[in-house]
Each structure stands twice: as C-alpha cells, then as structure tokens.
Ligand binder design. Structure first.
Ligand SMILES: Cc1cc2nc3c(=O)[nH]c(=O)nc-3n(C[C@H](O)[C@H](O)[C@H](O)COP(=O)(O)OP(=O)(O)OC[C@H]3O[C@@H](n4cnc5c(N)ncnc54)[C@H](O)[C@@H]3O)c2cc1C
Length: 408
C-alpha cells in the first residue's frame, strides 16, 4: 500500500513538501486550519493595487527558490535595492550626509561589538557600552525590533547574527501571496485545524473534521501554533524559547504632495531617543498610491494589546507629523499577525541562551516519521523568510521519503 503522509499547514513549507511527495508518488493529505493557502504569504487588494500583508520581499534572491519559480513563470520582479533609496529623519527633517556618516559609523561599532561576543547573550546587553551614542536606540529598533521583529532584551545575539540577510531583494509586482497561491497550488483540505497528534505508533491526528491516520507527518505551523497542538507523547524539544516576534504592517492610501517630498520606493526610518517608539515607512512602493508603515518588536505587541483602531491611529498621527496636512490619507489595511489565531505573531526568534533551538526542534522524530519544519526551524541563514520555509519543506519531504522508503 502506498505510504500516506499528513502535512499540517499550507504555507510555503507545507505546499512545497506536499508537491514534492506527491511528485514522488506518495499519498499526501495536506490540511490547513484557515480558509486559504499561503499562510504568512498573503496578498490583498488595496484600491487597484496589491498589498502583501505578510512577506513582500524575496530576500537573498540568488538562492531563493521562490525567486527562481517567479522567473520561470514570467512574473515581474522589481529589483528593490536598485529602485529603493533610504531616508532617515531627525526631528521630522531628512538627515544630511554628515549625520548619515555618523549613523554608518555607529552601525559599524555596533556590529563589531555584537560580533565580538562569545557567550549566547541577549542583544540589548551586548551593546551596553554604546548606549550613549545618539544612534544606538534607532539602530537597535531598526535591526532588532523591525527586521528581526524581536525584543532586544530577549533575542540571542548569535541567532540574530546567524540570520542577518544578505544578497539581492526582489519584490514580485503581483505580490508574494499571489505567487504562492497560483504557482504552488496543490490539493488542500481547508478549514481543517489539527488539535492533537498521537505519534506513538501510526500517526493519528485529531482534526476539526475527524481523525486522520497516516504513516508519517510533517508539521509546518508557526511556533505559537505548534504550542497549541496536543502531542502524545509531548515533543522532546519545546518551542518555548523560540517565541514569535511581531511585525505589524499598515497600508494607507495616500495622495497629494508630502512635506518631505518623498519619491517612489523610498524607505524611511527615524532617529529616536531611547525608549521612544519607531515606525518605518515604505513610500509609494512601485509607484502605487499607498504607503506602508511597519511597527515591530515590543512596540508592535503594545499596540496589538490596544487594538486595531489604536494601531491605525498611531500610524496616521505619525504620518501627519511627517507629511503635513497636504497629504490625503484614506482607507487603511492592517496586518496584525498576533491577532490571527493560526499564526500568533510574524516570525520566530531564538532567545538568549538558546541559539541552537532551531536545529534542535528540526531534529526528525519517530525515525523520520515526524518532522517539524518551517521558517522557524531553518538553520541556513534564511530563518524568518519564505525562502527558508521553502528549503524546510524540501528538507522535511526528503526525511519522510527516506523513512518510508522500505514501504514505498
Ligand atoms: C509582516 C510580515 C512580513 C514579512 N516579510 C517577509 C519578507 O519580506 N520576506 C520574506 O521572505 N519573509 C517575510 N516574512 C516571513 C514569511 O512570511 C514566513 O517566514 C513564511 O511565509 C513562513 O512560511 P511557513 O510555511 O513556515 O509558515 P506559514 O506561512 O505560517 O504556514 C503555516 C500554515 O499552518 C496553518 N496552521 C497553523 N496551525 C494549524 C493547525 N493546528 N492545523 C492546521 N493548519 C494550521 C496556518 O494557518 C498557516 O497557513 C514576513 C512575515 C510577516 C508576518
């Protein structure tokens, strides 16, 4: 009898694993808790344009399989690095060349200091000596709270270094969610959340639509969603020290001139004082009539607790202060990933003292018949990305295929 593999979660990792195993002739049941595929790759319409609520850049494009697929399918890919320029605001005005040079020097000092740390410490603690530099708070907010979506007091400096992104960044004109939905399509059972998983013998998954029995299982859910599944026996490695960070995106339609005179695809951040909240902005991506605000880390969690209206109000107030009143701001679309029950945050980061947690959680169980895979378990520098999720889907598929080989 053909081996039967259950895959939990139809994000990039789950879709890639399902397609691989089906191509190999295995019977696959792919279940998804929500009513759509793509997971954290999700494109919506905002006016006449696309807005990616989750992933929007194909990072490290030369080793990103999703970028290869997009090219093969003839998708338009915008070279973000060529198109984008960066602005930094100081007290509402654009920083000059000398100020930017001071920022670059502060960044170099920060990287050197963090790089010299030998123990697996928290990021915030490792840069204490730089606290008096006027740029330190802003650099920390940008790198840790926004890019890593993490809490500087908790994230392992080693995990941060291992996953610093490199290479070119491309952005698909039709959105990453659209790309995933159209080009990674494979049969899925939607609205089928798995609540419990028994892996003592044959796999028994308790879902909202009954029990599924399988020979092997691949679990691709976020670490927050993983903690909600009841495993029997319990997983030997807990995802407790691989918490979900938060990056909240708010898109607003914006028309008219702005006081700063921002051009298409300009990426804006601000110099902040210690403890102050940072919001960054992408102005008119690809020339469309909206801007996208990003809020990350502890500040994003605080706004999440206050609610969607408070988050949008915060963004509007910040934009008013930056742009002046000549810019007309209309409908907004908010992507608060902590509010989505099947995600519980944006992407995972390892806590200080647990830099090896991604690799430990990725270790195959039950002789390769149970594999946890997804952005969180990626250990080749692409954690937290769609490119990493793809590689994890491939990894899980080959482990399961090898484990079931004698039966195949
Ligand atoms: C705001 C934001 C911005 C981002 N920006 C970028 C970017 O620019 N570039 C980039 O590369 N990456 C970015 N990312 C990260 C990227 O989106 C993720 O790393 C990637 O999509 C994760 O894929 P995955 O398959 O591991 O998990 P997911 O996409 O989360 O897929 C897991 C699936 O499992 C489902 N699920 C959960 N629990 C259950 C259950 N019990 N039973 C059944 N199904 C379940 C979920 O609904 C989900 O569909 C961003 C993410 C966010 C949130």
């Amino acid at each position: 009898m053909t081996p039967h593999v259950l895959i939990i979660g139809a994000g990039v990792a789950g879709l890639v694993a399902a397609r691989r195993l089906r191509a190999d002739g295995l019977r696959v049941t792919l279940v998804e808790a929500s009513a759509r595929v793509g997971g954290r790759a999700h494109t919506v319409r905002l006016g006449d344009h696309s807005f990616d609520r989750g992933a929007s850049w194909l990072h490290d494009a030369d080793r990103n399989k999703l970028a290869d697929l997009a090219r093969a399918k003839g998708e338009v890919l915008i070279d973000s690095d060529a198109a984008r320029s960066r602005r930094v605001l100081i007290d509402g005005r654009i920083a000059d060349r000398h100020e930017l040079m001071a920022r670059a020097r502060a960044w170099q000092r920060l990287e050197d200091l963090a790089g010299a740390v030998h123990e697996d410490a928290a990021f915030a603690g490792t840069i204490t000596a730089l606290r008096s530099d006027p740029w330190t708070a802003s650099l920390e907010a940008w790198e840790i709270c926004q890019i890593a979506a993490a809490d500087p007091e908790r994230i392992s400096v080693r995990d941060w270094q291992d996953n610093q992104l490199d290479g070119r960044n491309l952005s698909p004109a039709r959105g990453i969610g659209t790309l995933v939905q159209e080009h990674l399509a494979t049969p899925v059972e939607l609205a089928t959340p798995v609540m419990a998983l028994d892996w003592r013998g044959p796999i028994l998954a308790e879902t909202a639509r009954g029990t599924i029995r399988a020979d092997a299982v691949i679990v691709t859910v976020s670490t927050a969603a993983l903690n909600k599944i009841r495993f029997t026996p319990s997983l030997p490695v807990s995802a407790e020290h691989l918490p979900m960070g938060l990056l909240t995106k708010v898109a607003l339609r914006a028309r008219g001139s702005d006081r700063l005179g921002l051009a298409v695809e300009e990426s804006v951040s601000a110099r902040i004082a210690p403890g102050e909240a940072m919001m960054s902005l992408l102005a008119w991506p690809g020339g469309v009539d909206h801007v996208v605000a990003f809020i990350g880390g502890p500040h994003a969690w605080a706004l999440h607790r206050e609610g969607a209206a408070a988050t949008v109000d915060f963004v509007r107030a910040q934009l008013r202060a930056w742009f002046g009143s000549a810019t007309e701001l209309s409908e907004a679309d908010l992507a608060d990933w902590a509010a989505v029950p099947w995600h519980g945050g944006a992407y995972a980061y390892a806590e200080a003292g647990h830099a090896d947690i991604r690799a430990r959680l990725a270790e195959p169980l039950a002789g390769g018949r149970l594999v946890i895979a997804g952005e969180a378990t990626c250990t080749n520098g692409l954690a937290g990305t769609v490119g990493g999720a793809w590689l994890e889907g491939e990894r899980a598929a080959s482990i399961v295929r090898a484990a079931l080989q004698p039966h195949a």
